[in-house]
Design a protein around this ligand. Structure first.
Ligand SMILES: Nc1ncnc2c1ncn2[C@@H]1O[C@H](COP(=O)(O)OP(=O)(O)OP(=O)(O)O)[C@@H](O)[C@H]1O
Length: 575
């Protein structure tokens, strides 16, 4: 937490909070002395004018104390909230740049909890730290010194109470700390199951698994509630115990104080002041104790947040990047091997091919043969394990990621749309595109007809594009890809959701587009009809390149291609 505080607190504001607090505590500490004077010199001696003047003094000091408390609360509240805002924002930025591998490692649900619930824990504790953690020690030391001045003998009473309080706090803390850590982990699990339930709600209903999923959710919910009940019962136990010790202390002070008064060893006013100091001391100690119980919870959250910040970027920019522009580009895979971090066997082995501007490369192969893995290497979503990928004879690891991403336009296997309007989604591909250019891209992607009925470019896109069908979403994603001015266009199984006729029409229109005709297109597909026109067809089998050539060449002499071709002809596929 110290690390996050150092980075995200504005120290000028923190000092202002401290300054206001010092004023507030000074006022609080001065008040019992004024009370004691008022009783000893005013009430006991029947001096009405002294009572008035001390009374006004009390009001004035209280007023200043209230103002100072307001100032402190203002700075403490704004600083803790701003700190939360900055952490959330920095964490979001970090998450956006995490490699796919690291995203998989944390999981979506955990990253969401870290950026919401964990940050809130820190925020909540920080406001208390900026008040109690500073106020309590000052109050504790100030009240103890002043109480000691009033009566050194009576001080022994609350020393005994302090030891009792310390024992209670130590016991509670030792149990509560680990429990709070466990609670945060269980929040992750609960979010994960909830998220899965939400996204899979249709599947759950279709398979009649409502009860099964409900039980799964209840299992984690019960675990979370059990830990929560235990830890909060434990912490709540501190209240009555502390009140008991506080009351015992007051009884002890009154008992010994009364004896001292009867022996003329103490004034009544001093006893009243002493009791107020004793209450201040014990309350400060209690506040400090509560903080020490809640700090471990925030510390657990801070550790989880720092885990994300500490992830070293596995995909790095070169120190001296080579700039590549978009004209007459080439793309080459040179003996590329690739293996996912946690898997033992390589997903791709010895992939080798070349393409130049104006050519279309198609990749075909059965499910799981490595097609998506291959194309994910081009924008460096993952880095090759060995070999190299080159654009214009330059290794893509020697190009800045910004430059590389600028060269590439990609449609992923699952179309991703963002909440907003269709136009906003289209502008993702090209911020400065005119409406005319957008309609041109939508025309090629065969998305304009249904869009006209939906309200044109201003049609709403709901969360995950759920107000569009799978095929419509896919077409919008294709249009966005086309709209971008790129050197390499990648379509990962993007045409599978289209019927044969639309698929053929779309590819034919794609080839007519000036921008795309001059670029390299990489198409992943399952259907022979989609890949048949490509300049180079790569046949993948189990991560190995088992065929490369044109449709004509491969149909004549490649057994793997022939198997796919035969199976599709038998099924009634075209070509
Ligand atoms: N993130 C990942 N971590 C570990 N293994 C993965 C990951 N993604 C894919 N794989 C594995 O890599 C292999 C190739 O997967 P890939 O998605 O590249 O195949 P594909 O040919 O595109 O399949 P499909 O036609 O079904 O889309 C599969 O065995 C898969 O289990």
């Amino acid at each position: 937490m110290i690390r996050l505080s150092k980075k995200y607190l504005v120290w000028g504001a923190v000092w202002a909070a401290v300054l206001f607090l010092v004023v507030q505590v000074s006022c609080d500490l001065y008040l019992p002395t004024v009370t004691s004077n008022l009783i000893n010199n005013g009430v006991a001696k029947n001096n009405v004018s002294y009572i008035w003047s001390e009374g006004f003094k009390m009001l004035f000091v209280t007023f200043i104390g209230v103002l100072a408390a307001g100032g402190n609360i203002y700075f403490a509240a704004t600083q803790s909230q701003k700190m939360g805002k900055k952490i959330r924002s920095a964490l979001y930025r970090k998450i956006m740049y995490l490699s796919d591998q690291d995203l998989d490692k944390f999981g979506d649900a955990s990253l969401i909890t870290r950026n919401t619930n964990d940050v809130v824990q820190i925020q909540n504790v920080m406001i208390q730290v900026l008040r109690m953690m500073i106020m309590s020690p000052i109050m504790l030391i100030g009240a103890m010194s002043l109480a000691f001045v009033k009566s050194p003998k009576l001080t022994i009473v609350f020393f005994v109470s302090l030891v009792a309080l310390a024992i209670v706090v130590a016991i509670v803390m030792s149990f509560a700390g680990p429990m709070f850590k466990k609670l945060q982990g269980q929040t992750d699990k609960l979010n994960l199951v909830f998220r899965e339930g939400l996204t899979g709600v249709r599947v759950i209903r279709a398979f009649n698994r409502d009860n099964y999923e409900q039980n799964r959710f209840d299992k984690y919910n019960n675990r979370y509630a059990k830990t929560g009940i235990r830890v909060f019962m434990l912490v709540s136990l501190m209240f009555p115990l502390m009140t008991f010790i506080l009351s015992g202390t007051n009884v002890g002070i009154v008992w010994f104080g009364a004896k001292m008064i009867s022996n003329s060893g103490l004034d009544v006013g001093n006893l009243v002041a002493f009791m107020t100091y004793a209450t201040q001391i014990l309350i400060s100690f209690m506040m400090l104790s509560f903080l020490f119980v809640f700090i471990p919870r925030a510390q657990a959250s801070a550790t989880r947040i720092n885990e994300v910040f500490d992830v070293k970027d596995s995909i790095n920019d070169p120190k001296q990047p080579i700039e590549i522009d978009k004209s007459n580009n080439t793309l080459a895979f040179e003996h590329v091997d690739f293996k996912y971090q946690d898997s033992k066997t390589p997903v791709l082995s010895d992939i080798d091919f070349n393409a130049k501007a104006g050519q279309t490369v198609a990749i075909i192969g059965e499910t799981g043969s490595g097609k998506s893995s291959l194309i994910n290497l081009i924008p460096r979503l993952y880095d090759v394990s060995s070999g190299s990928i080159k654009i214009n004879d330059t290794d893509i690891r020697d190009i800045s990621q910004k430059n590389l991403h600028d060269l590439i336009s990609i449609t992923q296997q699952t179309a991703v749309l963002f909440t907003g309007t269709v136009k906003e989604n289209m502008l993702y591909g090209n911020e400065s595109a005119s409406d005319e250019e957008i309609w041109h891209a939508l025309d090629i992607a065969k998305a304009s007809d249904f869009l006209k009925d939906e309200g044109g470019l201003n049609a709403r896109v709901e969360q995950n594009g759920e107000n569009f069908s799978g095929g419509q979403k896919q077409r919008l994603a294709i249009a966005r890809t086309i709209l971008k001015n790129a050197a390499i266009y990648i379509f990962d199984d993007s045409f599978s959701a289209l019927d044969f006729k639309t698929d053929a029409q779309l590819r034919s229109d794609l080839n007519k587009d000036e921008k795309i005709r001059k670029a390299i297109s990489v198409i992943v597909a399952q259907r022979i009809s989609t890949v048949a026109d490509a300049d180079l067809i790569l046949v993948l089998n189990n991560g190995k390149l088992v065929g490369a050539g044109t449709h004509k060449e491969l149909s004549a002499n490649n057994p793997y291609y022939k198997v796919i071709l035969d199976s599709q002809i038998k099924k009634g596929g075209s070509k």
